[in-house]
Design a binder for this molecule. Structure first.
Ligand code: ATP
Ligand code: MG
Length: 366
């Protein structure tokens, strides 16, 4: 897919702006607070109706204005298409148009313009606790496999109910009688989730390893390991076997679960580890290494989506160049030859050989 242009009216700090994009690399330059990230946010919003920095859509409307409009033309699904959103302050519902025809929900435009975003917060995810990494993986798998989302929400619902039983049983011991029912369901759905995740991480690790190799000039060996419930020795075993392993773990932790009043078995504790040349990225990675690995993972995620849908999502790289040495900056600017890429940057002397430079100043395109 390819975004030809975008037109903004009262979006964030933009009054009225129109930008033409290159089908390759678009380097968005400007000082701090000029509207570079806002432009990426507009692109992501155009395709999904989700704003990665806003809690409420109203935040996207320029302060003082009563509506915002975001529209763009793109080539995707083998034809020329257009999307338009109109947001209103107050109660009036937002409007979505696809090829000039009014649509009801964002699901009606799904697949027209897919984006993958790298933002500096992704670095915290690689360095921080497991919950952030699970969220990152779950979001990616949901984009790839529609059935995964349903399994995941069912799992979370069972987990919540089971935790409630474990907590409330002190006041109501009869609750323990229904625990086996929840355990059985937890193992069933949990095994399915592990099976999805195992396949996803295998593909992601394989692709990211290739990118990281190029990115680091062959200096670092990237590897990704999926860590799940300890009784599972083969993540790729049939779902029924994974279910047996989960049950085994659960039975051996029965007492511990009662003592801690929390659920100790299942993929809600999963994590993944990245190692660079045998060193844990989480514990020992330098800032540049974490950044490189994070970008390699995004490129890998884009490849997986492309394999699945036949369309290459747009890659949005926010503030990606800082902390990278000249070789790694050169990789980002001049060696991502595939698909359409948008890179924001504050250093005015950067350039790309693969596309165009767009200069932003106070919410206008120079
Ligand atoms: P940096 O290099 O620091 O990341 P940036 O160019 O990415 O800067 P943006 O995050 O795009 O900057 O924000 C530009 C400006 O937009 C900010 O000063 C912010 O206050 C302003 N802004 C955000 N939302 C709105 C809004 N709804 N109305 C008006 N201005 C807004
Ligand atoms: Mg920014």
């Amino acid at each position: 897919m390819n975004l030809h242009n975008i037109r903004l009216e009262n979006f964030r700090n933009y009054g009225a702006a129109a930008v033409e994009f290159d089908p390759g690399v678009n380097l968005i330059l400007g000082d701090n607070a000029q509207g570079k990230t806002n432009l990426l946010e507009a692109i992501a919003f155009l395709g999904s109706g989700k704003a990665f920095r806003a809690q409420k859509a109203a935040e996207l409307i320029k302060i003082g204005a009563d509506f915002a409009q975001i529209e763009g033309d793109m080539f995707s699904q083998q034809r020329e298409q257009s999307l338009k959103w109109v947001l209103f302050s107050g109660q009036r519902p937002r409007q979505i148009y696809r090829n000039g025809v009014k649509k009801r929900t964002s699901a009606d435009i799904s697949g027209v313009l897919n984006t993958i975003l790298f933002c500096p917060e992704d670095l915290m995810v690689l360095k921080g606790g497991g919950a952030g990494r699970r969220r990152l993986a779950d979001t990616a798998i949901c984009q790839l496999r529609p059935n995964y989302e349903a399994a995941l929400s069912e799992y979370n619902r069972i987990l919540e109910q089971k935790n409630k039983i474990l907590k409330d049983r002190h006041e109501n011991p009869a609750l323990l009688e229904i625990l086996p029912e929840f355990n059985a369901r937890l193992c069933q759905v949990g095994a399915l989730i592990i099976s999805y995740r195992a396949r996803f991480f295998e593909g992601l690790g394989r692709e990211a390893k290739k990118y990281h190799q190029l990115f680091s000039g062959g200096k670092e060996e990237f590897s990704l390991t999926y860590k799940t419930v300890s009784t599972i020795s083969d993540n790729f075993a049939p779902v029924s076997e994974l279910e047996n392993c989960l049950r085994e773990h659960l039975e051996s932790h029965y007492r511990a679960e009662l003592e801690s009043s929390s659920c100790l078995t299942g993929p809600h504790k999963d994590d993944f580890d990245v190692h660079l040349s045998e060193m844990s990225l989480k514990s020992f990675g330098s800032q540049g290494q974490v950044r490189t690995a994070a970008i390699s993972l995004k490129l890998a995620q884009r490849d997986l989506m492309e394999k699945e849908s036949g369309e290459t999502p747009l890659l949005l790289l926010d503030d990606v160049l800082s902390e990278l040495d000249p070789g790694r900056q050169d990789f980002v600017l001049n060696h991502i030859t595939h698909g359409q890429v948008f890179i924001t940057c504050c250093e005015s002397d950067r350039f790309t050989k693969l596309g165009k430079t767009i200069e932003i100043e106070k919410g206008t395109v120079k």
